[in-house]
Design a protein around this ligand. Structure first.
Ligand code: PLP
Length: 351
């Protein structure tokens, strides 16, 4: 088949994917969990920087694009999280380029099948064997771990964006100790949502080999960092193509991300508010008999649309059955939650 005929045939099967600006005034869609964007905090931070920073990086950090702002951010993250940090232009780039460098032929990667598309694509670039287990099914994961050969990696997320649930920290602790596997955690959706910016892993007393934190969600900007032990950090810095062969973030962004992390204590009222809102919505949905999944963090999945409030509708294979995803933010008021619950009830009755 000629290329354009083939593409036309494929397009017929693909649902439309419209671009979607931030809903206003009620945003239950974006990942601005701490509302640092919505409340103008990010704008204020950006405005505070001198003109010297108002530019792109110009190149990869290894080709004239390095800037003190990246070192400042990496040092700050190192100090904060106790492990050296390596910056990436995005979480997507980090995940897609990590595995080719980290795992080798003869190794085994065991991953939750619901991990982000960037991890799944990244695993395809590695020569190691990669085995998926059904979402949060620890017995299935253990069966695979028993058969694993070589260096063994166990890959999970701290909060699943299309489910709203988390892995069981006890199961991870057990599997890590019993099988001496390397735990790799993608913390994209939990970055900065715990007091003082503590990681989900630290919050639960876990000790992953590698942690991905991202700056495009609660942090309100963009970019990502891998936190790794010193030897692995040095190795990835020399070997991981996502950080070597890609234009570095604009220094302004790195400087602003650093400022957000430097002020992590100031976000405590927002973090507290966010978790209270999570608890409130859980209580209200249960009380109103509205079925939901997730809400172990600020993400919920509901089966019904919310009348008048735009929610992202997800279809299989992203989710097992059609669902609407909603995310909670620190600036949602009790009244906003009531508006949402009422809209979901109306949506439920219209089905
Ligand atoms: C779990 C997870 N990891 C990685 C990414 C990619 O991060 P970024 O948006 O910084 O590219 C996402 C994005 O949604 C994600 O949900």
């Amino acid at each position: 088949m000629r290329l354009f005929e083939r593409i036309e045939a494929q397009l017929e099967k693909l649902p439309e994917r419209p671009f979607w600006p931030r809903p206003s005034p009620l945003d239950f869609t974006t990942n601005d969990y701490l509302a640092l964007q919505a409340d103008g905090i990010i704008a204020e931070i950006l405005r505070g920087f001198p003109a010297e920073l108002w530019r792109g990086s110009g190149a990869s950090r290894y080709l004239g694009g390095d800037h003190p702002a990246y070192h400042h951010l990496e040092n700050l993250l190192h100090e904060k999280y106790g492990q050296p940090a390596l910056l990436f232009p995005s979480g997507f780039v980090a995940n897609i380029t990590l595995w080719e460098a980290l795992a080798q032929r003869g190794d085994t990667i065991i991953y939750d099948r619901e991990v982000h598309a960037s991890i799944r694509q990244g695993l395809r670039l590695s020569l190691a064997q990669a085995w998926g287990f059904p979402h949060n099914d620890w017995e299935a994961a253990e069966k695979l771990l028993r058969q694993a050969r070589g260096e063994t990696f166990l890959v999970v997320e701290s909060l699943y964006s299309m489910r709203g649930d988390m892995p069981d920290p006890e199961a991870l602790r057990y599997l890590q100790a019993r099988y001496e596997c390397h735990l790799i955690l993608d913390e994209a959706h939990t970055t900065l949502i715990y007091p003082d910016g503590e990681t989900w892993a630290h919050h639960h007393g876990l000790n992953p080999l590698l942690t991905l934190i991202t700056f495009g969600k609660a942090v309100g900007l963009m970019g990502a960092a891998l936190l790794a032990p010193p030897l692995l950090h040095t190795y990835l810095q020399r070997r991981c193509i996502g950080t070597i062969y890609s234009t570095a973030l604009p220094p302004l962004i790195a400087a602003a991300v650093a400022q957000v992390f430097a002020q992590a204590r100031a976000w405590l009222p927002r973090q507290t508010q966010l978790w209270q809102t999570v608890a409130l919505l859980r209580k209200r949905l249960s009380a109103e008999g509205i079925p939901f999944l997730g809400l172990q963090g600020p993400i919920a999945m509901v089966k019904t649309p919310a009348a008048g409030i735009p929610l992202k509708r997800l279809s299989p294979p992203t989710v097992p059955e059609p669902m609407y995803r909603l995310s909670l933010h620190a600036n949602h008021t009790q009244q906003d939650i009531e508006t949402l619950v009422r809209a979901l009830k109306v949506g439920m009755n219209q089905l």
